[in-house]
Design a protein around this ligand. Structure first.
Ligand code: NIG
Ligand code: FE
Length: 409
């Protein structure tokens, strides 16, 4: 036997309620549950009293638990590898400056680019790890991390390498996204198309180094045009890499429809997405990634087209967008809370948004629900009902976090 002992399973948790999220609606709850795994994969999900024997006879490790167990949370959109912070910019915005005005004056994303370029790989890891650890200790077992503050080959590579190191250091899974088309670096001032040429040239190199799982761009007035985004997407397609997009955050440039056209995984932000954009997404199965942290911090008022997403069956994911400018948010639970208060998601929608739908936004089919055959990624919470995960602001509700059956927090 590959697990080197004569019991059927490596481990089993008994006694807690399970929010399996298996099936299309409801929490998929099982009271007084039993969840078992072997070789990192879930082998049994059901009520404890339906087990085929005593837990001790079935599994090497038996864990008695209370509260609720959910699938491991998936943060499908972060920029958590960065150096420095932008607290001063936050003050400026509170005094009336806009995000766009600060960006156009060379602040914003470009000020983080300067800090990232100045940091060594070791420093960048040291600054980024505590943020990833905060996400993991609040239940995140898979975290997407984007590049996009390097904006040259060496510094984009440095960011992506650090992202991989974050995953190894914490025992969580990190999915990397190449976002060199995030802002125009000063050395390309006035030459955005030339910069896109460079972005396209770097991609195969970084991909060959195993550093790229997906490709993203910032399609916006202060970012890149739809035509430039298309060129980046074509380069991704040539390498068979999936695409996603910062789409329609501050204005409607048709980003959501562009994602659909390229059969992309997700359109993210989507506050200004039109009904045509929603229809296009529905037709191609793209996920809408809601980022209520950025909405909250920028004090936005334009809500994403939530009813249209629901009506057309577009799955809605929820992510932190953890970044130094618009969303210094270090908890997916907090993102869920903001999604409920600002976007009126139900707690069940919010939980699906950080599990099933978030996994889908990363193209991952092996996680996001508690089901036999899925990876044994799960979180044990000190709550009386899953809606509590969206209810508290802050606090410590997380008892334990497991990735492929191994405890990481
Ligand atoms: O998702 N919109 C562009 N990117 C980030 C913000 C990055 C930054 O301001 O540093 C976002 O909101
Ligand atoms: Fe973002």
């Amino acid at each position: 036997m590959s697990n080197g002992h004569d019991k059927q399973w490596d481990g089993i948790v008994i006694g807690a309620s399970l929010a399996t999220l298996d099936g299309d609606s409801g929490y998929g709850d099982i009271a007084d549950g039993a969840l078992a795994w072997r070789d990192g994969v879930i082998t049994h999900v059901g009520p404890r009293d339906a087990l085929p024997g005593t837990p001790e006879s079935l599994a090497r490790e038996v864990i008695e638990a209370t509260g609720w167990i959910t699938p491991g949370l998936v943060d499908c959109h972060t920029h958590l590898v960065f150096a420095g912070d932008r607290a001063r910019e936050f003050e400026m915005r509170l005094q009336g400056e806009s995000y766009e005005a600060i960006a156009r004056a060379g602040g914003g994303i470009l000020s983080t680019v300067r800090a990232v370029r100045a940091a060594s790989e070791v420093e960048l890891l040291a600054q980024s790890l505590p943020r990833a650890r905060a996400l993991a200790t609040d239940g995140a077992t898979t975290v997407e991390i984007k590049s996009g503050y390097g904006l040259d080959l060496a510094n984009e590579r440095k960011m992506l390498r650090v992202a991989r190191q974050v995953g190894e250091a914490l025992g969580i899974e990190v999915r990397t996204t190449y976002l060199a088309a995030h802002a125009l670096p000063p050395e390309f001032e006035g030459r955005a198309d030339d910069y896109i040429d460079a972005v396209i040239e770097w991609l195969p190199q970084l991909h060959a180094e195993g550093l790229v799982d997906a490709v993203d761009a910032f399609c916006e007035g202060i970012g890149f045009s739809p035509a430039q985004t298309r060129r980046v997407f074509d380069a991704a397609r040539a390498l068979d890499l999936p695409v996603k997009l910062h789409a329609d955050q501050l204005s409607d440039l048709g980003g959501a429809a562009l994602v659909a056209e390229y059969a992309g995984l997700s359109a993210d932000h989507v506050e200004h997405t039109s009904s045509d954009g929603v229809r296009a997404m529905a037709g191609r199965g793209a996920v809408a990634v809601l980022l209520p942290g950025a909405f909250h911090v920028l004090r936005e008022t334009k809500l994403p087209p939530l009813d249209a997403f629901r009506g057309q069956g577009v799955p809605m994911a929820v992510a932190t967008d953890c970044n130094p400018g618009t969303s210094p948010l270090l908890s997916l639970r907090q993102a869920m809370q903001l999604a409920c208060t600002h976007f009126r998601l139900t707690p069940e929608e919010a939980l699906r948004g950080t599990t099933v739908h978030a996994a889908r936004a990363l193209g991952l089919q092996d996680r996001g629900a508690l089901r036999v055959g899925m990876r044994a990624d799960f979180v044990q919470w000190r709550v009386g009902h899953p809606s509590e995960l969206c209810y508290w602001l802050g606090g410590d509700l997380c008892d334990s976090v497991r990735v492929a059956g191994t405890r990481v927090a």
